[in-house]
Design a binder for this molecule. Structure first.
Ligand code: AMP
Length: 150
């Protein structure tokens, strides 16, 4: 349990640019956007990381993520979208309340939004994806242990 800034936003104690709300979820525009339309989908349950989230709230997030993404994509004209979800400070999480980033990407803008000072200094989001390898033996061993807990 936590009382993060997002809990205060959910309770209406702090202003936000709310774009969606139902019984389980709110979505707001990120105040430090990585690109035009960057939004956060936040379950109302005060879980810190996704492994603490109940099935009910996880399902509620899953139900609205595609719809909110569609609306943002249409309004901004984004050519692609990243859904990013950080769990724990080692993964870059700053606000200790589960949230899903919807980050629009713009091929023709090189990720920058023309005329908007917030996006002038280069790509808002850079992903370095450095894949390793997985042998069949490693996959079998690892998968066996994970499956036992599911
Ligand atoms: P993370 O690093 O995944 O914890 O991301 C936290 C995000 O929350 C950042 O993108 C912040 O810009 C955003 N953020 C922090 N405070 C607020 C706020 N009051 N309203 C909207 N977004 C916020």
């Amino acid at each position: 349990m936590t009382d993060s800034i997002f809990s205060k936003i959910i309770r209406g104690e702090i202003d936000s640019h709310k774009i969606y709300e139902d019984d389980f979820v709110i979505a707001i525009l990120d105040i430090g956007p990585l690109s035009e339309g960057h939004a956060l989908v936040i379950p109302k349950e005060p879980a810190v990381t996704i492994d603490e989230l109940s099935d009910e709230h996880a399902a509620a997030v899953g139900r609205v993520l595609p719809r909110i993404t569609r609306a943002i994509k249409k309004v901004t004209g984004a050519t692609a979208i990243n859904i990013l979800q950080n769990n724990g400070s080692d993964a870059g999480q700053v606000v200790e309340h589960v949230h899903f980033h919807i980050i629009p990407r713009f091929k023709d803008r090189g990720e920058n939004v023309q005329g908007s000072p917030s996006f002038k200094n280069g790509p808002g989001l850079e992903l370095n994806w450095n894949p390793g390898t997985l042998t069949p033996e490693e996959a079998l061993e690892l998968g066996k242990h994970i499956k036992r807990l599911l």
